[in-house]
Ligand binder design. Sequence first.
Ligand code: ZN
Length: 461
Amino acid sequence: MEEKERIFMSTSTRVKQSFALTSRYKAHYRERCGEALDEALYSTEAYDAWRALDPGSTSPAFSRLAALPALTKWELRAGGPQGFVPHGRDIAEGLAAAEIELVATSGATGDQVTNVWYQPWWNASEAASWQLNAHARASATGTHREAILTSPWCAGFPCEEGYLTMEQRTLGRFLFLSERSDPSSWSCDLMDRMVEELNAFEPVVLEANPSFLARLSRHIIGRWLHVHSPALIVLTYENPSVLHRRQIGRAFDAPIASSYGATEAGYVFMECEAGRLHQVTTTCHVDFLPFAPEHGGPDVGRILVTIFGNPWRSLVRFDIGDVVRLDGHTPCPCGHREGLTLMSVEGRTVNLTLSPEGRSVTQGAIDRALGSVSGLVEYQILQTGPSSYHLRFVAEEAESRPVANEACEALQTVYGPAAVIITDRVEAIVPAPPGKYCLSKRLEPIDPDVLLDDQFAPGEF
Ligand SMILES: [Zn+2]
């Protein structure tokens, strides 16, 4: 910690603190944070109103960041794509020169944002993330063959009626395995085709939405099919469930790594070969806002992302909408030390539920509890009242009562004995458009700001 920052924190307890002070960074990292801040506050239109909150460039960068509010998707929409382009660059000129594109996010919660997409920065962010995993370092060269299995509405070529040929779903070194966005309606023929294509294409990396690849994996296991195992399976697009990950591990003989990011912010965390998630410090800074102790803090909290070095995008303290669990107490065996280290991404804030006593419960906590239930294939839990929960589940065997009973016991270890759980066996869990599973949700959404430790809260504006 720098001396100046220590004084700053000890003399003013009313000032919002920065959790980043407890992490390790290379010497030039703080300068990059300061540059990103200066660019936003003094060269980017959308941040004009934030300037008054800046303690000034003589203050340490982390303290300046902590004094600013969170940037929400609402503000991204209100500012428009041009509002977040720094240094007077012009989107129309960038589009005319084919330097950039405009990309609308699918918006898992229905709130679409239009982003300026600058491919070289995205590629740099992805390449930086690969450096954090030994298998990715060895195999992801940037020219490697890659198969992708996700909703075609997120990446690929959608076709919900009829089918496309392999050639129609191939783009350079990428093969998109599915043109259909609902795995619960995939036919056996379609999944056989995916396996045949994996065997013919022999991808080095298989990038997949975990629930989609788990569906294919159950098909592979059920039919004793042979499938080509890539050098690395990268899970992305949604937060992997313990169940999905286990099913994938049974079908494929390949290391699995979870990659975490967002269309708005690039690659933010990458899982290393030791199973922890490391911050991609080359292209982003992450502010961690711990929850209050009664809600799982200080290890559990929300994150805000600030990006570095994108000439077409200035993003400061962007609320990416997820909850994470820190794991910085012991050094990671992979040897990586810089930035935040996570034990897990705990799911989105919209996936939070409450115990009957009002304690917050993350999707990750539910998932770990249900992960040990034998015969459970998939699930979805909806909190319908202060102490009532509705569990929909898919069971492996015809007799589902033991699965339901074991699942209820597992959920009561999370919610407590006062929880009233109704179970409902279903044939399949259907993803929400554009193709993402929701594992947990509260009927009446929780305001995540009320869960925060107010020393680190995102600030008033
Ligand atoms: Zn590690």
